[in-house]
Design a protein around this ligand. Structure first.
Ligand SMILES: *Cc1c(COP(=O)(O)O)cnc(C)c1O
Length: 412
């Protein structure tokens, strides 16, 4: 039974008040209490429907309450949710095989989140360098990147605002501007143990890194015996229309290590480090671990997701292309839209005015979108979104963008 009615406003307020009292105040949330979802829609406490184009920040890859995912969770929850990594269960090794086969890499470690997978990848970088020499511990990372919130992952996150309160962080990290090949050549050397790249920067505003840049990073990593790590947490696992964003390059630029998380288990927490044999060999018995990582329930859901994902990839490319075309059309009517970019269903619309106003505007109209990097409207819809739903989103966006302040114009 979905409760609706006049009492709901008060119910939402009570939860908001309770949050203010008992939660650490690190999030600034929208005043929206969600109760359920179905497909690409979510419903608030009052029963109002929202088209969900952010999907739990790229997590709910198959939307909400996908029948096959619901069925698998019910079944597996009644059998075995978790048994720790002291024992085997039926799903971890087959899921590792899927990750290895789809990525072109060899071996997997399971974590519970993106940042935790990144943290493990950084440990691999450190081990790798240390075996070569005490001085080889530097990591080259990109400005404007985002790799997570733990101290290690934060140390390689190229955005000052996330790091500043926690310094000093890991030593030996060099930040360079993305797509600047000369800077990359300058930064990578004998002391470099690893290079960390998001092939499409997500949090930073949906900025793709060029294929030439990825190739140069591969070449330099080989020349200086460093591990090339791709953070595919946001841009990977189907979202770009290929399994992983580095596979958009033809021929593929294969990393030594790839980390994935967000959509991997359709809403259950699961992260993965996927590594080449050589990179995987840095981690021996007892050197790394996780109590929750790779649990039976999460792994079984991820396996089911991979079964659904394979046949879905072409439609991700197609609906994503259709969405971008409509957004580009929209841009012709609104001068403050600077650029539409992205691949598959990872799309950014850069404005030359602040984007936050449109997020709340869209919410009032029953559309959930997100603004990142202050001026980029970010769309990470479920992979099952239809062209009809995209049309609907565009209609709402049109209405919302019309309400832009009249003073809005391109800065000189
Ligand atoms: C979200 C994100 C992370 C962090 O993942 P969490 O699951 O939030 O810890 C790391 N890297 C990228 C590119 C991300 O988008």
């Amino acid at each position: 039974m979905i409760p609706t009615g006049p009492g709901e406003q008060t119910a939402s307020q009570a939860i908001i008040d309770l949050e203010r009292q008992y939660l650490i105040q690190n999030y600034s949330r929208y005043p929206l209490l969600l109760r359920r979802g179905k497909g690409c829609y979510v419903y608030d406490a009052g029963g109002k429907r929202y088209l969900d184009l952010i999907a739990g920040i790229g997590v709910n890859a198959l939307g909400h309450a996908h029948p096959r995912i619901v069925k698998i969770i019910r079944e597996q929850a009644a059998l075995l949710i978790h048994c720790s990594n002291l024992y085997y269960h039926d799903f971890q090794a087959p899921l590792a095989r899927r990750l290895a086969e789809t990525s072109g890499l060899a071996r997997v470690f399971f974590a519970n989140s993106g940042t935790e997978a990144m943290e493990g990848a950084l440990k691999m970088i450190r081990c790798h360098g240390r075996r070569i020499g005490a001085e080889k511990f530097e990591v080259v990372s990109l400005e404007n990147s985002f790799h997570g919130r733990t101290l290690g992952a934060l140390s390689v996150t190229g955005q000052e605002k996330y790091r500043v309160d926690f310094e000093p962080l890991l030593p030996g990290v060099r930040f360079i501007p993305p797509n600047d090949i000369a800077a990359l050549e300058e930064a990578v050397g004998e002391r470099t143990a690893g290079i960390v790249i998001e092939a499409i920067q997500g949090e930073g505003g949906v900025y793709p890194v060029s294929v030439e840049y990825l190739r140069k990073a591969r070449e330099l990593a080989d020349r200086h015996n460093a591990l090339l790590v791709f953070d595919e947490i946001q841009c990977g696992v189907g979202r770009p229309g290929t399994y992983y964003a580095y596979q958009l390059a033809d021929p593929v630029v294969l990393p030594d290590v790839m980390v994935a998380a967000k959509p991997l288990a359709c809403g259950l927490p699961l992260g993965a480090i996927v590594a080449s044999e050589t990179a995987a060999a840095t981690i021996g018995p007892g050197m790394h671990g996780s109590t929750f990582g790779g649990g039976a329930l999460a792994c079984r859901v991820a396996l089911e997701f991979f079964d659904i994902l394979g046949p879905l990839l072409p439609s991700i490319t197609k609906t994503g292309g259709c969405f971008r075309t409509e957004l580009i059309e929209l841009a012709r009517h609104f001068g403050f839209i600077k650029q539409v970019r992205g691949f598959g269903l990872m799309i950014g619309v850069e404005l030359d005015i602040p984007g936050q106003q449109f997020v709340t505007g869209a919410m009032d109209q029953g559309l959930l979108i997100n603004c990142t990097h202050d001026v980029v409207l970010r769309f990470l819809p479920p992979y099952i979104i239809t062209e009809n739903e995209i049309d609907r989103a565009i209609d709402i966006l049109k209405k919302v963008l019309k309400k832009a302040p009249v003073t809005a114009s391109r800065p000189a």
